[in-house]
Design a protein around this ligand. Structure first.
Ligand code: SF4
Length: 237
């Protein structure tokens, strides 16, 4: 749980669920897993089971205690639509988001099939942004699942970008984030992949956010693309 986040496109994190399991190549060097295991080794009670899925009802009400409006990333340490998270608990997470219209909540999943199946039973208030991760063409089908979700803001996180995405279906997509992998064993991201996504966003008039080049030392590679930063945010309807 962090009142302030170091993630460039959000302000705070809220983790009513922790733990996950790997589903696609984007998970290979999962940052959440590394951090969970480190916290377990440090004796953190919330991470005593390491990266196994655990529900934390005690922190459900945390956003209600934050008076100032914030951009909140939901479950930076898990995937809310993981099969082991009961639908009843997901509904409770949504209920808290409904009770906090002063905050904006950003949810990101790789379990787009479950999201699509459950979406008609969830209440999509305007302060809930829904995104899917798309690291390469193999998982581009997640975008089609997202396009069926009646969220007011739908976004893509192309991070870690692991291959070209030259034919993104951007209809009904309000925001695209791109970033390279960082940390030990980081896989490279090619500039032409990033420029292709920027070009597609420009043609579709979709806001583009370039998070980082990544690499083993991301502080050295920075986040400039062709001499400038891209921090565009979605226009809320
Ligand atoms: S879905 Fe996300 S949190 Fe879960 S293992 Fe993959 S990268 Fe980690």
């Amino acid at each position: 749980m962090a009142e302030h986040s170091h993630i460039e496109w959000t302000e705070a994190t809220w983790n009513p669920v922790t733990g996950c399991s790997k589903v696609s190549s984007g998970c290979k060097h999962c940052y959440a897993e590394r951090l969970a295991l480190r916290l377990q080794a440090m004796g953190s009670v919330r991470y005593r089971d390491g990266f196994a899925i655990r529900l934390h009802p005690a922190v459900l009400d945390l956003p209600k205690r934050w008076r100032q409006p914030r951009m909140i990333f939901v479950n930076s340490m898990s995937d809310l639509f993981h099969d082991d998270v009961p639908e009843e608990f997901i509904q409770r997470v949504f209920a808290v988001m409904h009770e906090c219209p002063h905050h904006t909540f950003q949810i990101l999943t790789k379990r787009s099939a479950r999201l699509r199946e459950m979406a008609p039973r969830l209440d999509w208030t305007p302060n809930i942004w829904m995104g899917v991760s798309v690291e390469n063409q193999r998982v581009q089908h997640r975008i089609h699942d997202l396009q069926t979700v009646p969220a007011h803001v739908r976004f893509l996180s192309c991070e870690p970008l692991l291959g070209p995405l030259n034919d993104l279906p951007l209809d009904g997509i309000h925001w695209v984030i791109v970033g390279g992998e960082s940390g030990p064993g980081a896989r490279p991201m090619r500039k032409e992949w990033v420029l292709s996504i920027l070009d597609q966003c420009r043609r579709a008039q979709t806001p583009f956010f370039f998070k980082q080049w990544g690499g083993v030392r991301k502080d050295r590679t920075g986040r400039e693309l062709e001499g400038r930063t891209y921090n565009e945010m979605p226009l809320q309807k």
